[in-house]
Write a protein that binds this ligand. Structure first.
Ligand code: PRX
Length: 634
């Protein structure tokens, strides 16, 4: 049943709790299965073992492409807006996208990729990125997309963890007025990646590119060697679809694993429900523009799979919000008559800071629905977005979810359920949130805060972390036995609306990018002369959170500013520029308990500028160090 009113929502929610299997079977029945499932769900959160649509056979690309050909062959599937506004945009119809995916599937096969093999994709935001992803899915290969901002070292870690056999990349990427040499970074990574046999390189920037004989091949040359006919591999519902690395509280990112059936059902269902995506007058299909990068889960689920499985038209934007100026998003909306915009609070705050001149004179009348994702949206940004972009007439869906959840869990349903600025509001059908205290005891009633958990699986929940199931159990299912723990703190107000208050673990959210403090510390500690470091987040006007690093070195450097720059270079090399600390303070010691544990609470408060009320510091090994740190705040 499609939800078209608040009553429908309540009914659907009720059914999804009393009869989850019946509810999800009803949703799953709207997809194309080669063989229908035998069992809707088998699960326990102890091992954990979670299986949806057991025995079902399908290929997600037949759902994203083939099944639309009968009625939508000439409808735009993907609209590509290049970084440079003077370069023509491209429209790929479902027919064309299908053809290109099949063709590239054959390229992968020709290069030895088989069902189950892992393929690393490190590319700019161009149509070929979506094509490479779908081509993997078509032949049953597991894709691992690595965000283009990660360093060679990070790529190598991810490739080695998943033992990828092939890499798809491009010569370079355009980002604003910069040109970034992607293939050169891949080449550096591959010095330590023995599992990689082949590299396919797309031409995008014509950046000078080294091509190694026997290993590297140009995308364009490969296309000439294959046909555009490629039947889809039959996949089990629980076969792996992709792995996507994300940060946690330890130093090593983990590969979140999603599987074919549940991921497809969940992303498409939430896309259609939350954004109320449906053809309008005369069958006109709304234009959906998600500004995320496909290197993150938002791009996977709401640029590629969700919209395409729903037969939508999705915009893929290569550039950045501030190039050639801070009006670029509004130009894209105007040019392509975008109806639904899905973006991140950090982008809104950044554009806000440029003033209204860049919004003036832009035709935003096509917009009907606005979305927000990735971090808490502050009240000021919410109102600015609502008034200046939505002109007070577009609902804002503040969608809360995670890499691990595949799709949106808590969010308003556009136009149907109530909005409350800074609140993700209500759980979607099938989602059963619960708040618990530190001891894991359920906090009932309204007007309460606690740690956010889910007590029942939904089809998009992660199945494992690649190559290390125990880590999955430890991270998500062991803190509170019987529950999936999100790592987020949450408030449930008097009306029962949920508001996410931020991470309660050592994970930072910097401009919507998820970064572990331990990862950044490891990178800093690699630097010559660094003895120890502690990284915390602090409130940042644009980024949401900034990174503050306290660092002990073996001897005071003659030129601390130079040393800071060198440390930033090390972090950029170990992780990528996105993880560079915003502030560095050199200290002679860190506040530690007698057992040697760093008291991060104190460091967070100092970084937040809250030095008057640090709480009890008498348990510290050396309370004097706190005074020194307070005096040296940057
Ligand atoms: O802390 C929450 C925050 O982003 C985290 C998940 O990050 P990631 O896996 O990178 O996925 C981001 C895109 C879904 C969450 O644990 N977060 C995400 N959406 C919201 C949010 N915080 C507040 N409000 C949101 N709407």
């Amino acid at each position: 049943m499609k939800i078209r009113s608040f009553d429908d929502y309540q009914q659907a929610y009720q059914q999804s709790v009393t009869d989850p299997e019946g509810f999800w079977a009803g949703v799953a029945d709207t997809f194309l299965w080669r063989k229908r499932w035998d069992n809707v769900l088998e699960w326990n959160f102890t091992e954990p073992s979670i299986k949806w649509f057991l025995g079902g056979k399908l290929n997600i690309t037949e759902n994203c492409l083939d099944r639309h050909l009968a009625t939508k062959a000439d409808q735009p599937a993907l609209i590509f807006e290049p970084n440079d506004p003077t370069e023509p945009s491209q429209t790929l119809t479902y027919k064309v996208l299908h053809e290109r995916v099949c063709q590239f599937s054959n390229v992968l096969k020709r290069n030895g990729v088989q069902k189950g093999d892992r393929v690393c994709i490190y590319m700019p935001m161009v149509p070929e990125l979506a094509i490479a992803i779908l081509a993997c899915a078509r032949i049953g290969a597991v894709h691992s997309v690595v965000f283009g901002g990660f360093s060679a070292h990070s790529i190598a870690d991810r490739i080695n963890d998943a033992q990828c056999k092939l890499v798809v990349t491009s010569d370079g990427a355009f980002r604003g007025n910069k040109e970034i040499a992607l293939k050169a970074t891949v080449d550096d990574a591959l010095l330590t990646c023995p599992s990689v046999e082949k590299v396919i390189v797309l031409t995008r920037t014509r950046t000078p590119t080294s091509m190694i004989k026997g290993r590297d091949a140009w995308w364009e040359d490969e296309l000439k060697l294959v046909t555009t006919d490629c039947p889809a591999e039959e996949m089990d519902a629980e076969d792996m679809l992709f792995v996507l690395y994300t940060s946690g509280s330890t130093g090593k990112p983990k590969g979140v694993v999603h599987t074919c059936g549940g991921y497809m059902v969940y992303t498409s269902y939430t896309f259609e429900t939350v954004f109320q995506y449906q053809p309008g007058e005369e069958g006109r299909v709304p234009i959906f523009f998600c500004t995320a990068d496909i290197g993150w889960i938002t791009g996977h689920s709401y640029i590629v799979y969700g919209p395409l499985a729903s037969g939508a038209t999705t915009v893929l934007f290569e550039g950045i919000p501030t190039y050639p100026d801070a009006g670029r998003f509004w130009d894209v909306i105007d040019k392509h008559q975008v109806n639904i915009l899905y973006t991140a609070p950090t982008a809104i705050r950044s554009l806000m800071s440029f003033g209204l001149d860049f919004v003036k004179n832009k035709d935003l009348s096509s917009l009907q629905i606005l979305g927000s994702v990735g971090e808490p949206i502050n009240e000021e940004a919410w109102h600015w977005y609502h008034e200046n972009i939505g002109k007070g007439r577009c609902p804002i869906v503040d969608t809360w979810w995670q890499t691990e959840t595949a799709g949106i869990l808590i969010s308003p349903i556009a136009g149907l359920t109530p909005l409350k600025p800074t609140y993700a509001t209500l759980p979607l059908p099938g989602v059963q949130p619960i708040l618990v205290d530190e001891a894991g005891k359920e906090i009932e009633g309204n007007g309460v805060s606690g740690n956010l958990c889910l007590k029942f699986p939904w089809p998009g929940i992660l199945r494992t972390t690649y190559g290390d199931h125990e880590r999955c159990r430890q991270t998500y299912f062991a803190t509170y036995p019987g529950l999936y723990f999100t790592g987020d703190g949450c408030l449930r107000d008097e009306d029962g609306y949920y508001r996410i208050t931020g991470r309660v673990d050592d994970v930072l959210n910097v401009s919507g990018h998820r970064i572990g403090t331990a990862e950044v510390e490891n990178a800093i500690n690699m630097h010559l002369g660094v003895i120890e470091s502690a990284v915390v987040g602090y409130p940042h006007d644009i980024k949401g959170q900034g990174i503050y690093a306290y660092i002990i070195t073996d001897h005071p450097h003659q030129n601390p500013e130079l040393m800071k720059k060198d440390i930033l270079a090390t972090v950029a090399r170990m992780i990528g520029p996105i993880a560079k600390p915003d502030k560095i303070q050199f200290v002679s010691g860190l506040p530690k308990t007698r057992s040697g544990k760093i008291m991060r609470r104190i460091l967070r408060k100092i970084a937040e500028g809250e030095t008057s009320n640090l709480g009890d510091i008498t348990t510290l090994l050396d309370p004097a160090v706190v005074e020194e740190i307070k005096a040296g705040v940057v």
